[in-house]
Design a protein around this ligand. Structure first.
Ligand code: KIV
Ligand code: ZN
Length: 514
């Protein structure tokens, strides 16, 4: 018998709350649109009570997205549940997700509550949430480390109180596939368990999150929670793209059906990496650069003879386009739009216009524009247009053997009208560029990591640069693209400064509201 599995995407909540992955409300909306295009059934858009910014981001998503259920997280307390109820109110399909921890460690040391108090709080929370929507999910945080008989009592009480989905999180990534399958088999046999959806939410501390989520499905889970690129607290959540492709590719084994349009996976993953400035490792399953690359002679020979010798999925299945039609300087806006759509990017009119302008500039520099170039252009556009600082000009000299140091002269303009110029002769050319930008923007940073790579072939290929810096409190990643590697590096560094400044402005506005 085929089971339908609901995909609950928590990229914008559990994923976004991890250090280095925070997004602005606008970026969250952009990601939510992509996740909705991918066909996720439920989008957990944030934790409404966490901050006014998160509240507004959830509300914005609720106002714009009709196809998916929009969900907000809340602890089992009145303030959180009211905040969630108000934030999701504009959504066509709404869910409140409420949780309380149930394991002995959390009961004793975090909540300082006994077993009965926790059940009472869970029941009260679910009942209050039901006043806003009849779609209420309850999670027993740290369920995996909760005594089985007590967990059974909690689950039965939550069903009785009216929760429609019961989530069993492996909050600390502790379980194993056999153990979680057995637990779901046990929970599926509880009173009225057939009236609700059992859900799995696995963390990846032991690298078992995806395996555990799939095992939970074997045990009776009918909803899987996870995040794109596997982002989330600590080692992350179940990588949702891996779960989806495992269920699709091994349909014969899991007998599962999904609502997902897998061809949107690659674009969604890329957009997330760009927006958060966290590139996907090349060997990452499904979406890494190497996932469909065949380097060794034996493999290449096999794939040429028959792709299935070494490929269990096709790149097209996740939206990596095979017919790498080349665009050039004579290609028009319509061709660009169609090509972008094939790559999974729907460009709205103003976005199409700005990408088209950049495309024409690139076409003047490069004769042929490949998909990877176009993708870098669209994604660069996604981050590059976010101020407040803009790079007006950059001059760099590389230094010479006779002892002349590299030198960078940078000119920046701020959206408040200020313009700044600075010169630096620090270290190598890239260092000099970073130092000059820091001086001009008056923002001193500690560089942790810099990398640049070309995204397509040829000497005029687009380069993608990533910069990671740390401030006293946070780590930030920035991203930049250009046919010139130094310019890509400069854009990535400025992207970091813009992220820091936008965050400071956001925090100041939150503080002013309190
Ligand atoms: O990991 C966890 O326990 C959670 C809950 C809030 C669902 O994220
Ligand atoms: Zn979690």
């Amino acid at each position: 018998m085929t089971h339908h599995i609901t995909i609950f995407d928590t990229t914008l909540r559990d994923g976004e709350q991890a250090p280095g992955f925070s997004m602005t409300a606008g970026q969250k909306l952009r990601m939510a649109e992509k996740i909705a295009d991918m066909g996720a059934d439920i989008i957990e858009a944030g934790f409404a009570a966490a901050s006014p910014g998160d509240f507004d981001a959830i509300k914005g998503i609720a106002e714009h997205i009709d196809s998916a259920v929009i969900c907000s997280l809340s602890r089992c307390n009145e303030g959180d549940i009211h905040a969630s109820g108000r934030a999701i109110a504009p959504a066509k399909k709404q869910r409140i997700h409420t949780f309380i921890a149930t394991s002995p460690l959390h009961r004793e040391f975090k909540l300082k509550m006994d077993k009965t108090e926790i059940i009472d709080r869970a029941i009260a929370g679910i009942k209050l949430a039901l006043e806003y929507t009849d779609d209420v999910e309850f999670s027993a945080e740290d369920a995996i480390r909760t005594e089985r008989d007590y967990l059974a009592q909690v689950v039965e009480a939550a069903i009785e109180a009216g929760a429609t989905t019961i989530n069993i999180p492996d909050t600390v990534g502790y379980t194993t596939p056999e153990e979680i399958q057995n637990l779901f088999e046990f929970l599926s046999g509880l009173k009225n368990a057939d009236k609700i959806t059992l859900s799995t939410h696995c963390h990846n501390d032991l690298g078992l999150a995806v395996a555990n989520s799939l095992a939970a499905v074997r045990g009776g889970a009918r909803q899987i929670e996870g995040a794109l690129n596997g982002i989330g607290e600590r080692a992350g959540n179940s990588a949702i793209e891996e779960v989806i492709m495992a269920l699709k590719t091994r349909e014969d084994f899991f007998n599962a059906s999904l609502n997902i349009n897998t061809q949107q996976i690659y674009a969604a993953s890329k957009l997330l990496a760009t927006i958060t400035g966290n590139p996907v490792p090349r060997n990452k399953a499904i979406i890494g650069k190497n996932a469909f690359a065949h380097e060794s002679g034996i493999h290449q020979h096999g794939v040429l003879a028959n792709r299935e010798t070494y490929e269990i999925m096709k790149p097209e299945d996740i939206g990596i386009s095979e017919d790498n039609i080349i665009l050039g300087k004579h290609s028009g806006r319509a061709a660009l739009k169609v090509r972008a759509e094939k790559l999974g990017f729907t460009l709205k009119d103003n976005q199409l216009q700005s990408v088209f302008i950049e495309f024409k500039k690139l076409a003047d520099e490069k004769r042929e524009i490949f998909d990877a170039d176009l993708e870098a252009l669209i994604l660069g556009e996604a981050v590059g247009t976010q101020g407040p600082w803009k790079l007006d000009s950059l001059y760099v000299s590389a230094g010479s053997d006779d002892g002349r140091s590299p030198e960078a002269t940078v000119s920046l303009s701020h959206e408040n009208g200020e313009t700044k110029e600075a010169v630096s002769e620090s270290g190598g050319p890239v260092n000099a560029v970073f130092e000059a930008i820091s001086l001009a923007a008056n923002c001193k940073l500690k560089l942790e990591h810099f990398s640049a790579q070309s995204v397509s072939g040829g000497k005029d290929a687009m380069a993608e640069a990533t910069v990671r810096v740390c401030t006293e409190f946070e780590t930030y990643q920035g991203f930049g693209t250009s046919t010139d590697t130094i310019l890509a590096a400069a854009k990535a560094y400025l992207d970091v400064i813009n992220r820091i400044e936008r965050r400071a402005v956001r925090q100041a506005s939150i503080a002013a509201q309190h």
